[in-house]
Design a protein around this ligand. Sequence first.
Ligand SMILES: Nc1ncnc2c1ncn2[C@@H]1O[C@H](COP(=O)(O)OP(=O)(O)OP(=O)(O)O)[C@@H](O)[C@H]1O
Ligand SMILES: [Mg+2]
Length: 285
Amino acid sequence: MESTVLEKKEVEVKIKAQPNKINNMMQNPIENIESPIINIDQLSVSYGGDKYSINDVSAGIAKNKITAIMGPSGCGKSTLLRAINRMHELNPDTHNKGTVYLGEEDIYKMNPILLRRKIGMVFQRPNPFPTMSIYDNVIAGYLLNGIKLKRREKDEIVEKSLREVGLWSEVKDSLHNKGTFLSGGQQQRLCIARALAYTPEIILLDEPTSALDPIATAKIEDLLVKLKKDFTIVLVTHNMSQAARISDYSMFMYLGELVEYGKTKQMFTMPKDKRTEEYLTGKFG
Ligand SMILES: Nc1ncnc2c1ncn2[C@@H]1O[C@H](COP(=O)(O)OP(=O)(O)OP(=O)(O)O)[C@@H](O)[C@H]1O
Ligand SMILES: [Mg+2]
């Protein structure tokens, strides 16, 4: 379909605006994020029609840190997270305004398969592939994308990834059993191992512990803190104490808007916006 004159104008403005994207960031109340690995630049996402589920969100994501996204149900946390690796596009009516940069690259101009290799994702419910063994689940990214590896390479990737998530000693004698026989917490660590095995720079996690018991949750939290040495982590969570415990930066979203974003310590002790304060003190949620 032919784009309208107005749309063309918007494209021109966008292209001109790109070198100034850091300036855009400065207008937003984001502090102390030097050389962010991701720049979310005036991003709005609609699942169809004129209704936008997130509106004009700008934020830099700090490298090798944990950034938590909090807010009440339906405020757009998952939409924002999915838009960072274009998973929301699985819904065909989706459209965006604004964009997201990975380093200097506009992710909406990248090949989505390559993008998702750089930015991996872990979901709320542990979802190991039910027909695959633990071993094949770890290297599923390679198997599903037709990337051939030598047996030795596969063995190395499987062991390294399972060690990284603390699962190796628990499963090393049952690598060829199905992943679905593991406990919920083990399955979620297997899913994190699957994401890590595909060598991403960034890992997005959408409420990864909400289906887990406190012990399994604590294991995942310890793991995320350990992993941030090598990866950048963005974590959607409903659990405020989890955000307070493990994140370096926090976002508070409300009705599709990024209301407040800053250092977690500061947000929890001295929130700037009344809505953030009310949410954090349990007045709504
Ligand atoms: N696939 C979809 N199609 C249409 N609308 C959607 C879709 N996914 C989400 N939405 C709408 O977008 C808005 C934001 O939803 P989103 O799932 O991002 O919220 P959330 O903050 O993650 O909520 P929760 O805490 O319940 O997971 C909601 O109004 C929701 O109904
Ligand atoms: Mg969600």
